[in-house]
Design a protein around this ligand. Structure first.
Ligand code: HH2
Length: 310
C-alpha cells in the first residue's frame, strides 16, 4: 500500500508503541511511572517491532487533571534520553506543552504528538515550523476533563474531517510543511461508542486529506463496551481495529500491545499488496487501457484513499 510522502524516517504502515510515564493513564497508569521501568518497557516494545515509541508524561484520559511543566519534564526527559540511545525506534513525545516538546527534541525525540492539534500552547506551532519535525494533529472535542460529557455531532465523520483540514491549513499558514503532518481522528476524545465506530468505518475519508493517518484505538473504552472487557482484555479487539484501520488507510497504529499488532499489520499488508499486484497484472493483461478483462473493482489501497480503479 502506498502512503503519502512524509518526513517520518520509517516505512509505513508501522506500529507506534505507547510508553506512559504517568501514575494515572487509563490503561497502564502507574505501571511505568518510574524511569527505569518506562525505559525497560520502551526497549521491550521496540524489540517487539515498534518503529516509533510515543512517550507521554501527562494522561489525557477522560476526567484527568493537567500536570505541571516541571512534573511532565521530570517524567519524560530521562526516559527519552535513555531510549534515544538504547533503541533504533523513533521517539515521539505525547505532549501539549511547547516547552516539553522543545526539551524532548533537544534530547533526541523526533516526532511531536500534540492531542490539541497545535491549539493548546501558542508556542507549539512555531516550534514545529522552526524545527521541521513530524507532528501528529489529533481531533478532540473539548478538553480531557470534560470531553466525555455527552459529546454531540450532527455528522461526526464530516466534522472531524473538516477540523483536521482546518488544523492542517492553520499549520501550513505558520510555516509547517505538508510532509511534516500526520492526522488522527482522536478515537475516544469526545466521542461515544457510535462516533468511534463511524470514524473507524470511514477512516478513508481522513486518509483522503492526503496525509498519513494515525489510529489510536488501543484498549479504549469503546472496545470494552463492545466486549464487556477490562482494559487488559481488549488486545484482540484492538487488533481488529488495526486490521480494519489499515484497510481503510491508517499508516500508524498507536498501541499498548505491540507484538500482536505488528503481526496483524504484517499479514494484512501482505494480503493488500498481493491484491494490488494481482490487480496490476490483470490490468496489464487487459491492454494499455485496462478495459477488457480488468477487474471492475477498486483495489484496497485505492478504495482506502477514496479513488476508483483506473
Ligand atoms: N490517545 C491517547 C493519548 N495520546 N495520541 C494520539 N495521537 N492518538 C490517540 O488516540 C491518543 C494519543 C490516550 O491513550 P493513552 O496514552 O493510553 O492514555 P492516557 O492518555 O490516559 O495516558
Amino acid at each position: 500500500m502506498r502512503f503519502p510522502a512524509t518526513d517520518l524516517a520509517v516505512d509505513l504502515p508501522c506500529v507506534m508503541g505507547i510508553v506512559n510515564v504517568t501514575p494515572d493513564s487509563f490503561s497502564d497508569g502507574g505501571l511505568h511511572a518510574d524511569a527505569d521501568s518506562a525505559v525497560a518497557h520502551g526497549l521491550l516494545l521496540a524489540s517487539e517491532g515498534a518503529a516509533i515509541l510515543d512517550i507521554g508524561g501527562e494522561s489525557t484520559r477522560p476526567g484527568s487533571e493537567p500536570v505541571s511543566l516541571a512534573d511532565e519534564l521530570a517524567h519524560v526527559l530521562p526516559v527519552i534520553e535513555r531510549l534515544v540511545i538504547g533503541t533504533p525506534a523513533l521517539i515521539s513525545v505525547d505532549t501539549t506543552k511547547a516547552a516539553v516538546a522543545r526539551a524532548a527534541l533537544a534530547a533526541g525525540a523526533t516526532i511531536i504528538n500534540d492531542v490539541t492539534a497545535l491549539r493548546g500552547d501558542p508556542g507549539m506551532a512555531a516550534l514545529v515550523a522552526e524545527h521541521g519535525c513530524p507532528v501528529c494533529l489529533m481531533h478532540m472535542l473539548g478538553e480531557p476533563r470534560t470531553m466525555q460529557d455527552d459529546p454531540h455531532y450532527d455528522d461526526v465523520v464530516g466534522e472531524v474531517v473538516a477540523f483536521l483540514e482546518q488544523r492542517m491549513t492553520a499549520a501550513l499558514a505558520v510555516g509547517v510543511r505538508e510532509e511534516q503532518i500526520l492526522l488522527d481522528p482522536g478515537i475516544g476524545f469526545g466521542k461515544t461508542l457510535q462516533h468511534n465506530l463511524l470514524l473507524l468505518a470511514h477512516l478513508d475519508r481522513i486518509a483522503a486529506l492526503g496525509r498519513p493517518v494515525v489510529l489510536g484505538a488501543s484498549r479504549k473504552r469503546f472496545i470494552g463496551a463492545l466486549l464487556g472487557a477490562e482494559q487488559r482484555q481488549r488486545e484482540v479487539g484492538t487488533v481488529a481495529t488495526t486490521v480494519l484501520g489499515l484497510v481503510q488507510g491508517a499508516a500508524v497504529v498507536r498501541v499498548h500491545d505491540v507484538r500482536p499488532n505488528v503481526e496483524a499489520l504484517r499479514v494484512a499488508q501482505a494480503v493488500i499488496e498481493a491484491g494490488e499486484a494481482g490487480d496490476a497484472h490483470a490490468a496489464r493483461g487487459a491492454g494499455a487501457d485496462g478495459a477488457a478483462g480488468a477487474p471492475h473493482r477498486a483495489n484496497v489501497a485505492d478504495r482506502a484513499r477514496g479513488r476508483g480503479a483506473p
